[in-house]
Design a protein. Sequence first.
Length: 305
Amino acid sequence: MQNVNAFDADVLRLFHEIAESGSFTAAAELLGYTQSAVSRRIAALERAAGGPLFERLARGVRLTPAGEALHRHAVAVLDRLERAGEELAAIHGGLGGTLRLGAFATANVDLVPGTLKRFVERRPGVELRLVEGLTARLMERLRAGALDVAVISDYPAGLPAEAAHTVLLREDRLLVALPGGHRLAGDAEVDLRDLAEETWIEAAPRGQPTLLVAACAAAGFTPRGGLRVAEWTGKFGFVAAGLGVTLVPELAARAVPPDLVLRPLLGTAPVRKVYAALPETPLPAALELVEMLGEWKACTTASPI
């Protein structure tokens, strides 16, 4: 083959129309070419192919064996290009393609699944992929082009400096989880100072900064350490057994078992902020998802008294 550029999409489309109609003239009229332009382009294509692709007949043309072989490939190529165009149009219109979302663990309790349920109903043609991780890791993946949206927070080290394209979604306040028979379970709100002598159930390794430590420091005391569990949801079983109390971000309130009591805190307990981070050129579907994330309302906050 002398010239690979001779096999561009336009000439393959012309070649296909001639093969289908059996006529240079008909293909020229359909595609808006002059007769001489069709002859020149097909002659260049035949030179690149190494031999004739059409038999010239008294009336019209028909494919040679080489032409039939090329036609099979041309049909496949043109079909792929058409499907590529349709897919690109869907992506740019926010109607298709793949949307890669990353989120931290407690965002995946209610915020993310609740929002994705609405998003899937509105955009069923968009394929969703989800990655869970800490904010720093999610930002690394976003910068590397491996995520289209990242749900991140400013806890514990503040919002990452490189997270320039962010949208504030909400503030995530702290709730205290108490056993059902706790002396403060009937209060509408709980002063953290009234829990200074309680045993606290924690999931983070000892010495790691936590919202619990920050909240108790703001209330003027150091929390008395108790049992530690590997997963944050495991704390609830220990609280239900009366072995201590724990703090729960409002984002995770829906995961709290019904036999525990959730109460908001009085005073100036720390509040983390939750953001959506986007790349420099976000997909339309990503922008729509972020808008929906901002509209989310917590399904559960505090337990009824």
